[in-house]
Design a protein around this ligand. Structure first.
Ligand code: PAF
Length: 283
């Protein structure tokens, strides 16, 4: 597996005569890799000829400095996992490489209310930072396909919007891949390692409640279900709902009635102690 820290060396590798002919799949990550990330590498390997991953803990998307500081950094084991999964090439840039000056940290996109609801309401500026780094990475790698997990559903919606509106010069198709769950249903996340054993034991309730909505929705209104989900989770002393909403998948507008003709996604953020977990479920 080839490892590059510099944009130039990565691009030289991607532009060499052999690799130029291959379709490129790209999996951007912030490291602390788990089976969810590896499943993205597997998706990429199935549908493209050369898989590139990146590992970069992106400071511009953290609105909370202690969250950035506590973000798990496990580079050696990440590289091992990527190598084992058959990833061809990893880009591991330094902060200086991605953000050489103040101007390079500035946001140039407007995501409108897509970036101010749900995650955006509680993490102001988060999606600006995601947009800045993902656009830079896509410009560098120019993949044919880029793979993102559906667990970060709002992020995926915004990245799709960004590529369709602002990055039409790139060949890149954005692919959303299934959420990978632990056996008890908890969505895999790099943050799960920070859960205490009691919080870890109780966290699967989030998915359990989300997956019950589909059966209950015939008997209850949207408003009643929203209340029920928050109440059920908040009854558990280890969990506290930050937000819960049921939204239309592209506009992220809140659903008012079950009979609206659109794809509905139930989205939630829950604190398990000081660890913030997000999950979602397509209804
Ligand atoms: O989902 C993530 O890990 C990050 O938000 C991403 C897409 C790698 C950008 O830093």
């Amino acid at each position: 597996m080839n490892i590059f820290e510099s944009i130039h060396l990565l691009q030289d590798f991607l532009n060499n005569a052999d690799n130029q002919k291959k379709t490129i799949g790209f999996v951007p990550t912030m490291g602390a890799l788990h089976q969810g990330h590896i499943s993205l590498i597997e998706c990429s390997k199935r549908s493209t000829e050369l898989t590139v991953a990146s590992i970069f803990v992106n400071s511009t998307q953290f609105n909370n400095p202690s969250d950035l500081q506590n973000y798990p950094r496990t580079l050696d084991s990440d590289l091992q996992k990527l190598d084992q999964a058959g990833c061809d090439c990893v880009f591991v840039p330094t902060d200086m490489e991605m953000y050489p000056n103040a101007a390079s940290r500035e946001n140039i996109f407007d995501f409108g209310r897509l970036a101010t609801v749900m995650e955006g309401a509680f993490r102001p500026g988060h999606f600006d930072g995601v947009g800045i780094i993902v656009s830079k990475l896509l410009e560098i790698v120019k993949p044919n396909k880029a793979f993102f997990g559906q667990k970060d559903f709002q992020q995926l919606t915004i990245i799709r919007y960004m590529t369709e509106k602002y990055l039409t010069h790139l060949p890149s198709e954005i692919i959303g891949c299934d959420i990978i769950r632990e056996n008890d249903g908890l969505a895999m996340s790099s943050r799960n390692v920070r859960l205490s054993s009691e919080h870890r034991k109780n966290a699967p309730l989030i998915y359990q409640i989300l997956s019950e909505i589909a059966q209950r929705k015939n008997n209850y209104s949207v408003k009643e279900i929203k209340q029920w989900v928050s109440d059920e989770i908040n009854k558990n002393p280890y969990l506290e709902v930050e937000y819960f909403d049921i939204v239309e998948n592209k506009s992220l507008n809140s659903i008012k009635q079950w009979n609206e003709e659109n794809i509905k996604v139930a989205c939630i953020a829950v604190f398990a102690g000081d660890v913030r977990l997000i999950d979602n479920f397509q209804l």
